[in-house]
Design a protein. Structure first.
Length: 400
């Protein structure tokens, strides 16, 4: 898989912010060496976030975003600013583009305040430096202020190097599964093939798990839930047992009955919760299911958009299991993709997907939105494991 095929959830997200006509779009074009954004002297030329997934050397796979001016006005302007604020929640590194010919104003100071509040690493790119009588020399190192000129293409390489200094070498240090297994171990992956399974391919967490197991020097065997019992019997006959079984969460109940208690069991969704940084919160949130009452509103949210089919997990299976577990008449609402409520105060529980198509920063942001309003937050796999009475077993391989 090439760098340009890297999933969006695994890409570093670099976003350019600033006032209208600060030169954000021109600078984005200069950094990417592409005509990614439309450039004009007219205020508010960029009316919606413009995104481009690409390989940006020396950084690797990134998602570049050019945003509308943060000082936009009017009803449409307010909507554009709202969209810009949503981009902030997904941003790993922020570039504040200012006009080098003037002092920073209240709008730019407000953006800096938001960067610091959200703990977003940032660089101030003072654009249009070619219009200065004397351009200050960019200091060496990882400083957060740099003078650039998008039109003259000066300071661009230095800016990219500064961005590189802000990139953590190994992220949060976690792998999907590779850091909880040992070289030479045998891992069985249970992948049901039903109407919801994409035709001719595996879903992203399944692909990631296989690659992670290979990188760890372990062995991966894949099977459907319908052949799992036969596979385990053949392994036993040859004197082997898997060290770990990873299953799709929808098959938890069936797989739990098949896999002997002495073999560790978890799911792709539970591993993803750990990988994205919200496992502890999700485990705590799942336990709130038994505290739900009649009329409580539940949000079931997915990070990607797809065609809903008969038996869909988010709109059919989870509501059914929640109703069976609680015996309550619950109000279920669903969202998908970028849609996520600004306020969660009306909900008594948020059940999110694993978030494989979302960045870790955005998943943690969504989790914190719930925490700030004292709303329990969990994910599909952990909620299902809890409702099926096997949560302790399925998180044991992670907490051992």
């Amino acid at each position: 898989m090439s760098l340009n095929d890297t999933p969006s959830g695994e890409r570093l997200r670099i976003s350019f912010f600033g006032k209208r006509n600060a030169g954000k779009s021109s600078l984005v074009n200069a950094v990417t060496n592409q005509q990614l954004a439309v450039v004009s002297d007219t205020l508010g030329t960029t009316t919606d976030p413009v995104q481009k997934a690409m390989e940006l050397l020396p950084l690797g796979p990134v998602l570049i975003t050019d945003t509308p001016g943060f000082d936009d006005s009017g009803k449409l302007g307010e909507l554009r600013v709202k969209r810009t604020k949503q981009i902030l929640n997904k941003t790993d590194i922020a570039i504040l583009v200012t006009d080098a010919t003037r002092q920073s104003d209240v709008t730019e100071l407000e953006l800096l305040r938001i960067f610091e509040e959200k703990s977003i690493p940032f660089i101030i790119a003072k654009n249009k430096s070619d219009l200065l009588g004397e351009v200050p020399v960019n200091e060496d190192g990882a400083g957060n202020v740099i003078y650039v000129s998008a039109t003259e293409k000066t300071g661009i390489e230095e800016l990219k190097e500064r961005i590189g200094h802000l990139i953590p070498s190994d992220g949060n240090g976690l792998k999907l599964v590779g850091d909880i297994i040992e070289p030479g171990q045998l891992v069985v992956l249970v992948i049901p093939i039903d109407k919801a399974a994409p035709k001719g391919r595996l879903i992203l967490p399944q692909q990631q798990a296989i690659r992670d197991i290979l990188d760890a020097g372990a062995f991966a065997i894949t099977t459907r839930d319908t052949e799992l019992a036969d596979l385990l019997e053949k392994l036993r006959a040859s004197g082997q047992n898997p060290d770990l079984v990873i299953t799709d969460s929808q098959a938890f109940e069936k797989v739990n009955k098949i896999v002997p208690k002495g073999i560790e069991l978890t799911s792709f969704s539970i591993l993803m919760a750990r990988y994205k940084g919200f496992l502890d919160t999700a485990v705590k949130g799942a336990r709130a299911i038994d505290e739900l009452s009649d009329g409580d509103k539940i949000l079931i949210s997915e990070g990607c958009t797809h065609h809903r089919q008969c038996g869909d997990i988010g709109t059919v299976k989870l509501p059914k299991w929640l109703s069976e577990r609680t015996g309550k008449n619950l109000v279920i609402e669903t969202t998908s993709g970028a849609d996520f409520p600004d306020s969660l105060e009306e909900y008594k529980l948020v059940v999110h997907c694993g978030g494989c198509m979302l960045s870790a920063r955005e998943m943690v942001y969504r989790m914190k939105c719930a925490e700030d309003m004292n709303v329990p937050f969990t994910n599909y796999g952990i909620a299902i494991a809890y409702m099926k009475g096997i949560l302790d077993r399925t998180i044991a391989p992670i907490y051992k």
